[in-house]
Each structure stands twice: as structure tokens, then as C-alpha cells.
Ligand binder design. Structure first.
Ligand code: ATP
Ligand code: MG
Ligand code: MG
Ligand code: MG
Length: 441
């Protein structure tokens, strides 16, 4: 039994389930969960479930379960970026004003830029994005050779934007996590290959998450450049308007097309209008930034040439909330399985109930699953708050969102013992023996 104890102890003490202590810990003043305060589902569910807690307008504390989901999402993003030839780095959030003046964005960003000064009066901003920083970084590397290109650098860091209307929880924060990649290539043609590679990686990432994200033609906005696409998740609460060809030939952010162009340019079908959440944005930049900072490389002919750039954002915390927004029901959180904070919740019977003897069998099942699927070990929760009814704990499980909930009810006392398995994402309840559960997980 020693191994069983070690697998269980990181999550649950015998006194009470740590995961649920954390739920109780989070302050949930009722008004912060109300429709009026939280007009969208993801915000309401994440606050109610004790995943996030409001700190200041557009700023949230990420509580332990949310950090687990976030770290899983970042690991998936890392995998996608590595597959696209990316190397991870980390640049400062504090960014000197000079670079922003040089690019013209110190003025152009207007009130969205959080500005501050150091004790000597030198100007800074809290970086909302990093084109200036990364291009200066490249320009500072002397003797960069064409042989070192393409360079595809990315980071996952907090970004700061003084949004006029921070709202909808993590969907529009003033401090949020973004994955931003910057590519440097030797020619426009090579830069377009980098562009397609990163876009394909985004497509695979969203498919793995089970999110039906569409790539739409977009406006390059304040970032600039000539070619640009957004990755949009169709949803009612989305703040962007999309125009989509029903046969899939054409997709655009409606702001890029004139009002009369109401038909698909390829097949002539009338375009469908929907709202979308912008979860990613890619830009082909050309030499827009490399020319400002003189980011050059040495060609095969030993000449200096400006690097061709691209930049690629993913709203990491926005994706987290957007997934909850589109997958959840009114009162139960549903996550893409790959990023659920925990995978399985085991609920033993209430102490003193007629089914009590199922508790030992369920604990054994927990240990067997942990042993049979070691990769799941940290993802299993035994809700041993047996002073509470199964129903009460099931409700809590819905507030956190587990892909699987396994209950020892009446049938767990039979021979053989049969457990109630709720597959939350499929919306199914099945009755399985110990072997059946192990096979399933
Ligand atoms: P939006 O149009 O929603 O304001 P944006 O076009 O200003 O977004 P980009 O500069 O393209 O944003 O940034 C890259 C990505 O960062 C966006 O596609 C989005 O997923 C995410 N993002 C941008 N602003 C926010 C925010 N305030 N809160 C959370 N995520 C954000
Ligand atoms: Mg914006
Ligand atoms: Mg936008
Ligand atoms: Mg954008």
C-alpha cells in the first residue's frame, strides 16, 4: 500500500480533498458570478468554479486549477511551435520608449499603451507585443549569416494593454498571456514558407483541442504588414464579425470586405455572417521592422540584406476562456480533454450510507488506475469529503470540469462491483467493472 499512498498524497490528504479546499479558498462574492457582472458564460463559470478571481479591471488571479489548465495549454503550444521549427526565448515585459519611438508606435498605440517612467525620468511601456524588442535583438547580433536563417523565435509571456473596455473575463484582459512568434528569413519567398508553416501548426493545435477555429483574411491593424490572417472561433460573445462562404471557399473578418461584397468571390454563394472570438493572428511583415532597426544578415555573396519578417500571436488565456465558452453548459464547465485541470474525479459514497462499503473498492480502483496509467497519476482526484453527499460532490465536480467522474453508488456493492462512469464530454453515463474502467482510461 506504500505506492498507493504516494500517488494519492500529492493531491488529497485523508482529511479532505485539496482540490476542493482550493475551491473553497477562492473568494466568490455572489455579485462577481452574476449575469450582470459576468455577462458571458466562461467568465461566470471560471469565477464560480474557483479557477480565477477578479483582482482589478481586466486583471485576474489564476488559482491552482486554472494554472494547471494553462500549463497544459502552454505545453501544447510549445509542441506546436517546436514542430514549426520554433525556439523559445523570453523577452522583458518592460520595454524602453526609444524603440517604440523609432517604429512610430509610441504615438500610434495611443492610450492602449501602459506607459511609465523610471526614477531618472526615462520612458518605458509594459509591452503589449514585441516586434520592436525582437527586431532590435536581431539587429544586435553581428555577423548573422544567411546560413542561420530561418530563425523562428517565440515566447509565452504576459502582455499589457490598456483596453478601453476590459470585459468578458479572460477573453479581454488588460494583462493576459500571449504566445508570440517572430520569424526571420532570407527572402520574401522563404518568409511565406515560414508563414504557412506556422499557420498549419495553428490549425493542428486547434484541431487537437477540438475547437472549430476558422482562418480568415484580416486587416493588419497597428502591427502592419501586407498579408494577415486571424484565427477565429465562432461564438455569440465574439467581438468580431465574420463573413464565411458556406462551402468553405472564403472566410474573412467582415471589416476587410466592403458591405456590398456579400457573395463568395469563388462560388458566388451568399456569405454567412457570424460572430467570432479572435484566438490568433498572423502577419507577414516584410521589412517593415527590420528596416527601422537595421536587422540584417550576410548573404552568400557577402552582402548585408534586411531580414524578411513575420509575426504570429496566440491569445493563450483567451483560448482557455474561449474553449470553456463554447464547450460548457450553463452550469457545468467542459474543457478540451487535453487541457482539463484534472482528468478523473473519483467520488466514494457518503460516510454512514448503505453503500459505504463501496468506498474501499473505489479507492482500490483509484490506485489501480494510477498504476495502469502512470501518465494520469497527477490528474486523478479522489474527492474524499465523505461527509458530503455524492450529489453535492458531483455538483462541485461539474464546477471544476473533469472529463471523467467515477462514482461508487449502489452497484459498487454488487459482485462484481460496478462503477458509474460519467464521460462528461460525450454526455454519457456507463456502468463499468474495474477492468472496464482501466480499459477506458
Ligand atoms: P482584439 O481585436 O481582440 O483587440 P488584437 O487584434 O488587438 O485583438 P493582436 O494584436 O492581434 O490582438 O494580438 C494577438 C492575439 O492576442 C489576439 O489574436 C488575441 O488572441 C490575443 N489578445 C489580444 N488582446 C487581448 C486581450 N485584451 N485579452 C486577451 N487576449 C488578447
Ligand atoms: Mg486589440
Ligand atoms: Mg483584432
Ligand atoms: Mg489581431
Amino acid at each position: 500500500q506504500t505506492t498507493a499512498l504516494t500517488t494519492r498524497s500529492p493531491l488529497c490528504s485523508s482529511a479532505s480533498c485539496i482540490t476542493h479546499k482550493c475551491l473553497i479558498m477562492s473568494p466568490r462574492p455572489p455579485e462577481t458570478c452574476s449575469e450582470q457582472y459576468a455577462p458571458c458564460r466562461s467568465q461566470r463559470l471560471l469565477v464560480q468554479g474557483g479557477l480565477i478571481s477578479p483582482a482589478a479591471p481586466g486583471c485576474y488571479h489564476y488559482l491552482p486549477a486554472a494554472v494547471r489548465a494553462l500549463e497544459k495549454l502552454v505545453a501544447l503550444v510549445d509542441g506546436a511551435m517546436r514542430a514549426a521549427g520554433g525556439q523559445k526565448l523570453s523577452m522583458p515585459c518592460l520595454s524602453a520608449a526609444e524603440a517604440w519611438r523609432a517604429s512610430g508606435r509610441w504615438e500610434r498605440m495611443g492610450a492602449e499603451l501602459f506607459r511609465l517612467a523610471d526614477r531618472h525620468g526615462k520612458g518605458y511601456c509594459l509591452a503589449p507585443t514585441h516586434e520592436e524588442a525582437v527586431t532590435e535583438l536581431l539587429a544586435a547580433q553581428s555577423n548573422l549569416s544567411y546560413r542561420q536563417l530561418p530563425l523562428r523565435l517565440y515566447q509565452v509571456t504576459r502582455k499589457f494593454r490598456d483596453e478601453p473596455k476590459p470585459r468578458l473575463g479572460l477573453l479581454r484582459g488588460r494583462e493576459f498571456h500571449m504566445k508570440d512568434m517572430y520569424t526571420f528569413d532570407a527572402s520574401a519567398e522563404a518568409a511565406r514558407r515560414s508563414y504557412e508553416l506556422v499557420c498549419d501548426a495553428y490549425g493542428r493545435l486547434f484541431r487537437a483541442l477540438g475547437l472549430r477555429v476558422v482562418r480568415v483574411q484580416a486587416d493588419a491593424g497597428a502591427i502592419g504588414g501586407t498579408v494577415s490572417h486571424e484565427f477565429q472561433l465562432p461564438a455569440e460573445v465574439g467581438e468580431d464579425r465574420l463573413a464565411l462562404c458556406p462551402a468553405g471557399h472564403f472566410a474573412a473578418n467582415a471589416e476587410t470586405i466592403s458591405a456590398e461584397q456579400a457573395a463568395c468571390p469563388t462560388c458566388g454563394e451568399p456569405l454567412t455572417r457570424t460572430r467570432g472570438i479572435e484566438v490568433g493572428h498572423t502577419f507577414y511583415l516584410g521589412t517593415k521592422y527590420s528596416s527601422v532597426f537595421n536587422a540584417t544578415f550576410c548573404t552568400a555573396e557577402n552582402k548585408l540584406q534586411l531580414a524578411e519578417m513575420g509575426c504570429y500571436g496566440l491569445g493563450v488565456t483567451r483560448i482557455l476562456a474561449a474553449a470553456v465558452e463554447v464547450l460548457s453548459t450553463e452550469d457545468s464547465i467542459r474543457w478540451p480533454s487535453l487541457i482539463a485541470p484534472y482528468q478523473v474525479c473519483f467520488i466514494p459514497p457518503k460516510k454512514g450510507s448503505r453503500e459505504e462499503k463501496g468506498a474501499a473498492l473505489l479507492e482500490r480502483l483509484y490506485d489501480d488506475v494510477a498504476e495502469a496509467a502512470p501518465q494520469l497519476a497527477g490528474d486523478l482526484v479522489l474527492d474524499d469529503r465523505t461527509q458530503l453527499t455524492i450529489g453535492k460532490r458531483l455538483k462541485d465536480a461539474d464546477r471544476l470540469g473533469y472529463p471523467y467522474v467515477i462514482i461508487a453508488g449502489k452497484k459498487a456493492c454488487g459482485d462484481p462491483a460496478v462503477f458509474e462512469v460519467w464521460s462528461q464530454n460525450a454526455g454519457e453515463v456507463t456502468f463499468l467493472t474495474r477492468e472496464g474502467v482501466i480499459d477506458l482510461l
